[in-house]
Write a protein that binds this ligand. Structure first.
Ligand code: URA
Length: 267
């Protein structure tokens, strides 16, 4: 470690001279899939990161991944060997938490991977469809960040036909308990007798789609996420998973604001 208290610490001002093999602490934490590099800086500032049993708060701290032992909140951070990016076609009656003390089926029981992956955001228990899972914490964090507005498309089945006035209201934005929704793309699905609606939103608030319909007096009988950005569940059985393709990963990263340099380096 370089830059930590009591060991060959660099001067407080200016960056330390790079030492081959050492990398900045925030980059190391992102390589461990813990979070994005920016969020990792927050963890350091908050004093949650220890290197070789000493808390570090200096953002310029560098670590040697081969020698230094880094802990975040008491758990050792280990570099992920290769990031995994999956899509699950989530079935009904499954929950997106990592474990459930009430014994309900979790989406984690449907993925078998060498490294643990985590869902990117949540789907309600009875919502079906596209759920992305990854062990790349920085990627997950950026995908969920409201600034990037990754579009999510749903097929909604309502208890009764949607009126044209309400269709227009959903398009323009409706007022929910946590504020007005942003404009959405909304259309009737052919042969759906007005009860089947396609909606694409650019936000990710809790139970957003259900609440948008409920506020207009409709019950959502079925909700299926058909796409998350460029990723669909085409060809995947319910409960089935597949790896994202390179072009899907790249497209998602572009949507999540990755720079060309980050895309090229695969970070
Ligand atoms: N909107 C909802 O209401 N529920 C979901 O599961 C996803 C989006």
């Amino acid at each position: 470690m370089k830059g930590g208290k009591g060991r060959r610490a660099q001067k407080k001002t200016g960056s330390p001279a790079p030492v081959p093999g050492q990398i900045r602490i925030n980059r190391f934490l992102s390589m461990c899939g813990i979070t994005s590099r920016r969020k990792a800086e927050e963890l350091v500032r908050l004093g949650k990161v220890e290197i070789n049993h000493a808390v570090v708060r200096d953002l310029a701290t560098r670590v040697d991944p081969a020698r230094d032992r880094v802990f975040v909140g008491g758990t050792q951070a280990l570099p992920v060997k290769g990031f995994l990016y999956l899509v699950l076609n989530k079935p009904k009656d499954s929950i997106t938490t990592l474990s459930d003390e009430r014994g309900r089926t979790t989406v984690m029981s449907m993925v078998r991977t060498r490294e643990r992956v985590y869902p990117v955001g949540r789907l309600d228990r009875n919502t079906t469809g596209v759920l992305i899972l990854t062990n790349d914490g920085g990627f997950a964090h950026r995908l969920m960040h409201p600034k990037f507005n990754v579009p999510k498309s749903y097929r909604v089945s309502c208890d009764r036909s949607l009126t044209r006035t309400d269709l227009a209201a959903l398009r323009g934005g409706v007022t929910l308990g946590d504020g007005r929704t942003a404009p959405a793309d909304v259309e009737f699905i052919a042969q759906g007798r007005g009860k089947e609606i396609g909606i694409t939103i650019h936000e990710g608030r809790n139970r957003q789609v259900r609440r948008m319909f409920e506020t207009l007096g409709y019950d959502v009988v079925k909700l299926d996420r058909v796409a998350y950005g460029p990723v669909t569940k085409a060809g995947l059985a319910r409960g089935g998973t597949r790896s994202l393709t390179r072009s899907e990963i790249r497209a998602l990263k572009e949507m999540a604001g990755y720079t060309e340099e980050e895309l090229l380096s695969g970070r």
